[in-house]
Design a protein around this ligand. Sequence first.
Ligand code: DLL
Length: 423
Amino acid sequence: MLPIFASRAELEAEQIKRLQWSLAHTYRHAPYYRAKCDAAGVRPDDLKTLADLARFPFTLKSDFRENYPFGMFAVPHDQCVRLHASSGTSGKPTIVGYTQNDLDLWNTLIARCITAAGGKRGDVLHNAYGYGLFTGGLGLHGGAEKLGCVVVPASGGQTERQIQLITDLKPRVICCTPSYMLALGEALERAGIDPRSTSLEIGIHGAEPWSEEMRCEIEKRFDIAALDIYGLSEVLGPGVAQERADARGSLTVWEDAFLPEIVDPDTGEPLPDGEEGELVFTSLSKEALPVIRYRTGDLSRLSAPVGDVPMRCMDRITGRSDDMLIIRGVNIFPRQIEELIVSEPVLSPHYRIDVHREGALDRLVVTCEAAGACDIATCDTARENVSVRMKSRYGLHAEIVIADPGSLPRSEGKAKRVFDHRK
Ligand code: DLL
């Protein structure tokens, strides 16, 4: 593991210094944030302790929209050496930028993520995150090179070619979304290759929500350790937090670079560690695009450091506050439906969720796929199992449709699985 602080006290002492710098830098150079602070009556000098951060205004996704394309930057945009963009659900993309120092930080954090997942110098690393404006491909690439991995910049798509590269170049580490990993598994099987027989040992998966059941499925299918990587363009890209091989079950937040908070998604009030709410991040040393108290929309929980790394951990993302479906008054996250499907052995882990409104009533249709040739009685039992568990666990009536194997579209990047036709 790359050098990190030896103790919590040392880390917090450094955090406060970096936070004071970041607040002053943002206030001075980002007029949109200065205006927010002035309206709230706070100035960077008011921050004496880490707890004082709660007095500062949030940064919102809408700030990026309103200040498109460069209005969030705290350096002239010609001092950036790279721009990326994240596709918004509607309208213009969000533009993010990096100075050379920002790229160095990003590379360091990604190198730390790969190391934490068990990767090392000299490993062949197959990077199937999309290259281009998406931060996944180039983000993982830079850090993997910094660590000294032999990077195969496969990008997303052209699945048959990826299979050949995996077979011939014998990577030890693979980086891609969990849904694309499943698609690669199927393509290997189609080519007559047992996914358990490849050289792969470590998968670094993220960029979309995935359940513990999905992790077990990937680990079983490939005989690898599948670990979670988290991040978002507005804050950095991948590499904000990483599940460590020695501390599975939660992700270590790289707290020397980002200060995490959890707030109540409705009121914005800070919540104590251990309570679930919306993740908020403040960058501590980013130059081009510093963010102060950025509301991610992602739901999680913070917990105590694990082992000898003195940084706090966060739970795997439960969902996004705007992903939650409210169906006939019941709140449910797509991941909870995924758990039921993936734990049913005769179903494949591919699914889609459709919500319709008929008159005043919501109708939930969950389409799953049979994992292989499946007789009618077996399909009926699987359908009944999912339906009964949906009712008993979540109090929801759902129509379960079992489609033919391979009939649902496969994703090459972030999977789109929820179609809410009520909107
Ligand atoms: O998805 C960055 C990334 C690339 C992360 C590769 C990990 C691996 P955006 O396109 O800006 O950036 O999307 C960010 O994706 O707010 C979450 O909702 C979701 N997300 C990212 N990682 C995870 C994860 C990249 N491990 C948005 N689990 C975030 C669940 C994730 N959701």
